[in-house]
Design a protein around this ligand. Structure first.
Ligand SMILES: C[S@@+](CC[C@H](N)C(=O)[O-])C[C@H]1O[C@@H](n2cnc3c(N)ncnc32)[C@H](O)[C@@H]1O
Length: 343
């Protein structure tokens, strides 16, 4: 019998990029020097599962710190966001959004992710925890989306949510383009709440991306499995080792698979030669100080309204609104390590 739990079946719209796009992107990434593939390729079903395992590792504090900050600040965040539909970019297992959903009670929750099967599972689990919130999943590459699909739940004021410092996977120039894209997708009178990981001691950063249990390595190596499966590759995983290191000049962690010896692989119908020690970059993670991120957001047409940091200053949550030409945040005071109002 249909009752109050009648909403407990989330909807999914799958707009996954066509296989031809993946082939083109991989070939162009393999032609780069150093070779670099788009980070979203790391997230097939197994990659999404391995990413969750990374988040549980003792060295990887980002998830625990951001989750705690969201729980602690949820009522303030909800008040600052105001009414509307909550749209999360790169939702993954959608584990961070619950405190916001409880405090905000949005008209609906819309989760976007490239890993569509994993997203559907995440939406189902979330719907169980929040049976009265309409939940919609959209399987897509959010960086390539022209517009959000037509759907009655999206015909509201849109509130973007982009946690996990995922913007760090894009170069600063690409990040500006992405933030402009989010502005377009979210529309006027929107808000964007975004989580940013900050530079910190090199030992802590390198430990976080080289966890002892080996999940970061397994996550990167799984990319080769994916390429073997989806693009007729013949990578041998044991011929590569994983390494992550801090590049101070670019304020980023580089993550790469390093060829253990000279070798030739077949991929996407072509032969590719690797020298011994040659890197295939699997992803970068750019770290921003709060002020550096504020400037980046401003270049993309977003104005900083408010920001919150954890007590240690490890990461910050920034609340942005579309900049309609009013004064910028150039005269911001330095972050106090706690809540910071930019008004
Ligand atoms: C670093 S994880 C963050 C997951 C979660 N938001 C969190 O904070 O723990 C990045 C997530 O974004 C998704 N993703 C990465 N690139 C994407 C893209 N271009 N379009 C859509 N989803 C993407 C991945 O599948 C993954 O779930």
């Amino acid at each position: 019998m249909a009752g109050p739990l009648a909403l407990a079946a989330p909807q999914l719209i799958d707009l996954h990029p066509p296989a031809a796009d993946m082939r083109r992107l991989v070939v162009s990434g393999m032609e780069r020097q150093p070779r670099q593939l788009p980070a979203w390729l790391l997230y097939d079903d197994e990659g999404s599962r391995l990413f969750d395992a990374i988040c549980r590792q003792p060295e990887y504090g980002l998830t625990r710190t951001e989750t705690a900050l969201l729980e602690q600040r949820a009522p303030e965040l909800a008040q600052a966001l105001g009414p509307g539909v909550l749209v999360e970019f790169g939702a993954g297992s959608a584990r961070k959004v619950s405190p916001l959903l409880e405090a905000l009670q949005p008209d609906a929750y819309v989760a976007l992710d490239i890993s569509a099967a994993h997203l559907l599972q995440a939406c189902r689990a979330l719907q169980q925890r929040h049976p009265t919130t309409p939940v919609l999943g959209i399987g897509c590459d959010y960086s390539q989306l022209e517009r959000l699909p037509a759907h009655p739940w999206l015909e509201q004021r849109r509130l973007g949510f982009y946690p996990g410092s995922s913007i760090g996977n894009f170069s600063p120039e690409e990040a500006v383009t992405l933030l402009r894209q989010f502005r377009k997708l979210l529309g006027p009178d929107s808000r964007l709440l975004i989580g940013i990981d900050q530079p910190k001691a090199v030992e802590r950063l390198e430990a976080a991306y080289n966890d002892q249990a080996g999940y970061s390595a397994a996550f990167a190596l799984n990319l080769l499995n994916r390429l073997n499966r989806d693009l007729e590759g013949d990578f041998r995983l044991e011929a590569f080792r994983y390494h992550a290191w801090w590049q101070a000049e670019s304020s980023r962690i580089a993550m790469a698979l390093i060829s253990r010896k000279p070798q030739t692989v077949t991929l996407a119908g072509q032969r590719w030669t690797f020298a011994a020690g040659e890197a295939l970059i699997t992803e970068y993670s750019v770290k921003y100080t709060p002020d550096a991120f504020g400037q980046l957001a401003q270049r993309a047409g977003w104005r900083s309204l408010q920001r919150w940091s954890d007590a240690q200053g490890d990461l910050s949550l920034h609340l942005l609104e579309p900049d309609d030409g009013r004064s910028s945040e150039a005269d911001l005071e330095p972050d106090s390590g706690q809540q910071h109002s930019d008004r």
